[in-house]
Design a protein around this ligand. Sequence first.
Ligand code: C2E
Ligand code: MG
Ligand code: MG
Length: 670
Amino acid sequence: MGRQNKQKMKKCYKKSIWPSALLFIIFLGSCVGLVILFVTAFQGFLIDEKIADIQEDAANLGRMIEFRMQKNNLSDAVSSLEEYMQEENDVCITDENYQILRSFRNHVPDFKRVENITIFESYRVVPELDPTQANGEQKLLITYRELLKRSLNALEHSNFEDPRWLEEPLFHTNYWVEVPIRLPGYRLYYRDSVTIFQKNVFYMNVAILVELLLLAIPTLLLFMNVVSSVAMQKRMVHLLYQDPVTGGKNWSYFLERSKKILCQLWNTKHTYAIVNLHMIRYQDYCACYGSKEGEELLKKIDGFLKISIGRGETFARFAKADFGLLLRCASPQQCEKRLKKMLVELTGVKKDKMMSFCAGIYLLRPAANWKRMQRRQIDIDQIYHFASAARGTMRGKEGEYIKIFDQQILQEQIWKNKVEETMEAALLNEEFQLYLQPKYHPVTEKIVGAEALVRWISPTDGMIPPNRFIPIFEENGFITKLDDYMILAVAKLQSEWKIQGRRQVPISVNISRVNFVKEDLAEHICHLVDSYGADHAAIELELTESAFFGNKDLLQKILKELKMYGFHISMDDFGAGYSSLNSLKDLPIDVLKLDMDFFRGDGAKQRGEIVVKETIRLAKALHMKIVAEGIERKEQVEFLAEQGCDMIQGFYFAKPMPIEEFNERVEREL
Ligand code: C2E
Ligand code: MG
Ligand code: MG
């Protein structure tokens, strides 16, 4: 992740805690406030709005009457009450059966009635009968809704210029409270009333409005905070999963998303394909058009894949111009077909620019017995590398652009890993051995040279032929170390022959094209050979044709220097793949080695002979020596002798052999 992204993420983290915490506190406070308000509001509208007063009054009254009645008789107590109540006359005394013994009121409720009795705390409250009401009923309680209705009704007829509208009563009720007295046989009732005015409702409404407003602000802020948190989280996820080059998704995203898809969506109907999509020669594209244009191209590819990928599928850039894809198809054939179409379409993402793509596929076939647990254990990264290994096996083969991973590739992959794990140790343990294949003169049939060929004698796998490890070394770069090792081995042998007074047979050493990026290659080789004091003229350096396709100027410079140091240069496998006749013209080549394919297959024998004949003529005209490789039959030797071929290397004369065996052969000729 870039520094900028890291800073952005830090900001996101810092921002998110405090506003939320503060808002939470405000919100909590408002909620508590609202609860208190509503509780008080609704309590206020109950008839026992002044319940505390009622209780206090009742208790005082009770104590007083008890005190009086203990000493005097009932009438004394009542007169004391009258005194106490003065003009209010709001007291009533009954016997234990609710029979009124003494009352100062005409309309006394029937205290026996149970249904109209409300109990507040331990106080029985009985509504007074309203003689003006048809059924004589009186309400003891009123709901807030009813109050609001009454308030609105009243407002309709109010004159707001007159401040008295606030004093308008909306609800009035009289009630009797039973005063608890500890006098057996007597009950004491005390009358009170409650009136709710327009102002009560008005102030209450204002309070509720203010509280709602107070609640709405933090709610709104909280909501905005939630929205911004979600946006921030999205931004963080975006930063975390963003590919810095394409701006699309990165590899971590691909791994996670693919796993999710396979765990959740994979059913028995679909085949999933993990694909390694690779642009061929991206490096060359960048070299041609510049790295900026290269990045532009990667963005275009990303854009193209975005459109091509459907739901339940995903993709991301892995590295350089390699993309990982998870495709869902009805069958393996459909996967291949779809990918083929994609590869063709991809070549057109940048008009008037030449490019080509290839892909390796790993198929995950539908399996009814795939359990979710098993799916979770799928290692997407490894599977992608299997797909990549499948793609790698094509190694630019003509007309082949898609390769499906199979068991053979797996074996190759395992082998490749093994080779890579053991190669360094093998070099130190001198498991790589120098074999020599003699080159013979076709007429004298005497040894005139030899080619140094490596053999890996492994303590576990026995003798490993070069085609099992050289391509791997060329891919991972280890070949340069092996080539140095072989040059040293040949130089050592040459100097030994010199010291021992033996014949110094010229030996050619294969130099992989991977080496031809080093500016100081000639100097380096010279240094290696000189470390044993071997004659430069006795050493020939073989380059395969593919080496001639790289940086031509550098190659020309290196070859010229090598020539200057006195080494001979040969072009190996001439005629295999794409021959560059131009190279013959421009480069200082001493020897041309005809590829063994010239001498394979009988079908076009005559035509093959013409090509060989003319190539030999061309080489001679350019003052080059000719070596024919892979000669296995006598008539081939005779034909080549006739054409003036200088050397023959092939099983007809000898196979590559250890040094001792080669020495014996040379001695036998003397
Ligand atoms: P190359 O340089 O073209 O070597 C010639 C190959 O042809 C050798 O295979 C040799 O054994 C084989 N050969 C020679 N005569 C005949 C014949 O009559 N019939 C058949 N069927 N084959 C014949 P080898 O030793 O397996 O080497 C294969 C390739 O591995 C070499 O091709 C060379 O490209 C590479 N290689 C071998 N040793 C080294 C090395 O030390 N360094 C580098 N860079 N490459 C090496
Ligand atoms: Mg060779
Ligand atoms: Mg060859």
